[in-house]
Ligand binder design. Sequence first.
Ligand SMILES: [Zn+2]
Ligand SMILES: [Zn+2]
Length: 361
Amino acid sequence: MIFNEIESILACWYYMADRNGRTNEETDLIKKELMAAYDIWEVVNWDGFIAKWNELRQSDDFDTELIKNCKQSLFTADESSKIVALVGMWEIAVKSIEENDKSWSSAESEFYLDFETYLGINRNVVKEELQNGEKVILTAVIEKYKNLYSDKKYSEFVDFYEKRVLLSKKVIDIDLHINYMWALFQIKAKEQKAFEFGRNLYFENPTSRRLNSLMGAICRWIGETTKNLDTLEDAIKYFKNVDNKEEILRCKELIKLVKENIKAEEKNLKQREKEQETQRKEEEKRKEKEAELSKHKLKSSRGEIYCMFCGMFKSRTHVFDYCSGRINDHNYVFMKDKNDQWELLCNKCGYSRSYASESCS
Ligand SMILES: [Zn+2]
Ligand SMILES: [Zn+2]
């Protein structure tokens, strides 16, 4: 066998283009549009294909050899490869006819119908693919990206999946979807996305063991990280589906820990509130005391009203609202000085009120 599966697809397209004499336009269609759309560049060695094509071209019975070869390779191929081969042949045939003439040449239709019948693909499937633009993903392409997955190149794998697989309704391999979930779970800050994707997948595949196990692991991780008891209960639900006793036990332990943690935090919070209340009360007392200390204690003597602590005269002061002398403990009274003049002096230390800001003792 000369051509492998992917090369056979290319050979079918090339051969179709040859039916009316291949033009640059058709070569462009093959290389720039079809090969790009189906990610064939990713999985084929182009030079190898051309070398094989040219070699076969030398054969005396080129047409028979080529058709036989392609049929053999594609017969055992995945359905997606068969569809891609037919879709490409169809597009090339349509491209080669005049703008207003939609009929195929007899050589083109003969070649196409022969393959369609041989491969057993329903024409509606081909037409659907031609119209809806949801490109089939070749098994060979998926295999290549499975390697990215097994090589733990998760970001690249996620990128491939989101660009191609997510848009295609034709991928039914649940392992690929679960691989995507796992890859998301391995990427920091995408764990929640993995969980949401998995939850949707679960509705359609509630019995998949791998899905249940992974959902359990994701829920356990999220539940433990966010201390969310509901999510941990969910984890148990998934692990119960696969009867994973060890994990169920582990989740139950975590629930216990989280509950203890929550209790301890509540206790801490109460303690903090209590401390704050005590502080607030102390502060209040301090302010009251301060307010008390800043009050003058008035005395009236010899026609004057003054404060016994700071010695300020009420009548001689504009601002008479704050006493700074109470803490210094003087006791000012009118006394006669050595010149027999009445003066306000402290009866304890003997100093005049200009010493009011200093301590009496
Ligand atoms: Zn005072
Ligand atoms: Zn004094």
